[in-house]
Design a protein around this ligand. Structure first.
Ligand SMILES: Cc1cc2nc3c(=O)[nH]c(=O)nc-3n(C[C@H](O)[C@H](O)[C@H](O)COP(=O)(O)OP(=O)(O)OC[C@H]3O[C@@H](n4cnc5c(N)ncnc54)[C@H](O)[C@@H]3O)c2cc1C
Length: 404
């Protein structure tokens, strides 16, 4: 007999697992629900180590789940923060083309953003750009006035409180160690005893592929961790940045390209970059896990990815170890910035889902089978989009689990 019984268990107390639990509790108040999280708090990993941006949805392919859920999610996130007195600010973003070659791509972004229904997008000339960001450089500028900032760890904390007030359980310090099926029931073994459940949702972030394999699911992706390192602008130079200043992204990798982000709690970040991490939850350059590294290196998809994108990867590594190169990348956006204006700050690790052919999974990806649902790819803007992602997971589970 399991130590505890629930109707539904959600693995992972990040923003996606929490939003899913919140939406499940709203849709099915009669179900006994528990969320289990291995750390001693919610938002211990990606959801508490990110840039805090409420993305508008300009980068994503029209019609994709990312585009749809980001635009909807941004509005829902702003409303949620306002309703629950979580700090939020719509500070806007300026995207800066710094070479002639980037100007048509900037125009392409405008079209993409308009196709995604983002309001207020405007191409600016130099004097208009300088009214918004007086110190920015560049050749052409696109204003995205609807982009905002918040504190996603505080959002997660509020989601957790609401789940409990709806009758759900949020069990921290509870690591899932194995998953089995017995007599039509799913048995989840944890560091705090066993749990019997009818339905299981895997929102384990950097470990979602591992948890899928524990559950007997044949995974089509492997998570490769990429650390994003930040610098902080020293207090006396924060005045150089009013809101968010971003480069024109390569749309295959919208997370690449260092940028400036004002934090809701004060201060300005520069970064993050994206360097291969040798530990899934490795926040320092020296962090190393033989097990995690062996999984990455043994995966053929990793080598295929490396063969395709080694040039971008090498550039990111170089900028990580060579501050002057990092500063040069930032100077294209903000020419006045110097090395002494920047001090090393924290980092986050992205759960990047890599397919067997070495491609990075682009859209959000979920797999539903036999009363289990696995969340395989919820990279940025998943914090922004968390409320509609949770609702979408409930919709898929309703159909896949035959819930009424
Ligand atoms: C550097 C960086 C910057 C970003 N910036 C932004 C941004 O500005 N805006 C935005 O919208 N998005 C941003 N993102 C993306 C966003 O933060 C993530 O997409 C989102 O947080 C993913 O949430 P999650 O719940 O899937 O994962 P996580 O937050 O990583 O949560 C997964 C949880 O599962 C738990 N877990 C794992 N294995 C087990 C187990 N066996 N048992 C129990 N628990 C387990 C982990 O401890 C963890 O708490 C950024 C991400 C990074 C890394």
């Amino acid at each position: 007999m399991p130590d505890q019984n629930y109707d539904i268990v959600i693995i992972g107390g990040g923003i996606v697992g929490l939003a899913t639990a919140l939406q499940f509790g709203r849709a099915f108040p009669q179900l006994r629900l528990a969320l289990v999280e291995k750390e001693d708090r919610v938002a211990g990993h990606q959801s508490g180590h990110n840039s805090g941006v409420i993305h508008s949805g300009i980068y994503y392919k029209p019609g994709s789940l990312k585009a749809k859920l980001c635009v909807e999610g941004a509005a829902a996130m702003i409303a949620f923060c306002r309703e629950h007195a979580i700090p939020v600010e719509i500070c806007g973003k300026l995207i800066v083309a710094t070479t002639d070659e980037e100007i048509p791509r900037l125009h392409g972004l405008l079209e993409r953003g308009q196709a995604n229904g983002i309001p207020g997008l405007r191409l600016l000339d130099k004097s208009q750009a300088h009214e918004i960001e007086p110190h920015c450089g560049g050749l052409a500028w696109l204003q995205v006035p609807s982009t905002g900032i918040t504190d996603y760890a505080a959002v997660c904390q509020k989601y957790a409180e609401l789940i409990v007030s709806q009758g759900g359980a949020v069990n921290t310090k509870t690591e899932v160690t194995s998953i089995a099926r017995r007599n039509g029931e799913i048995i989840v073994e944890t560091s705090r005893g066993s749990i019997g459940t009818k339905y299981l949702i895997n929102c384990a972030g950097l470990h979602s592929d591992r948890v899928s394999r524990m559950a007997g699911e044949k995974t089509e992706v492997t998570i490769v961790p990429f650390r994003g390192e930040y610098y902080d602008l020293v207090a006396e130079r924060e005045c150089l940045v009013r809101g968010l200043i971003y480069p024109v992204p390569d749309l295959r990798f919208p997370f690449l390209g260092v940028h400036f982000t004002r934090r809701i709690s004060g201060g300005v970040d520069a970064g993050p970059n994206a360097v291969l991490a040798f530990k899934r939850e490795g926040y320092r350059r020296t962090d190393f896990s033989l097990h995690d590294t062996a999984i990455t290196l043994a995966y053929s998809g990793f080598w295929q990815m490396a063969a395709k994108y080694w040039r971008s990867g090498a550039g990111e590594f170089y900028r990580s170890f060579h501050k002057p190169a990092f500063v040069r990348a930032l100077q294209t956006l903000l020419p006045e910035i110097t090395s002494s204006d920047l001090v090393a700050d924290g980092s986050g690790v992205r759960a990047t889902a890599v397919a067997r052919d070495g491609s990075l999974v682009d859209d959000f990806q979920f797999v539903c089978s036999h009363n289990m649902l696995h969340v395989w790819n919820v990279v940025s803007p998943a914090a922004t989009a968390s409320l509609p992602i949770g609702r979408e997971i409930v919709r898929m589970a309703r159909a896949g689990f035959d819930l009424t």
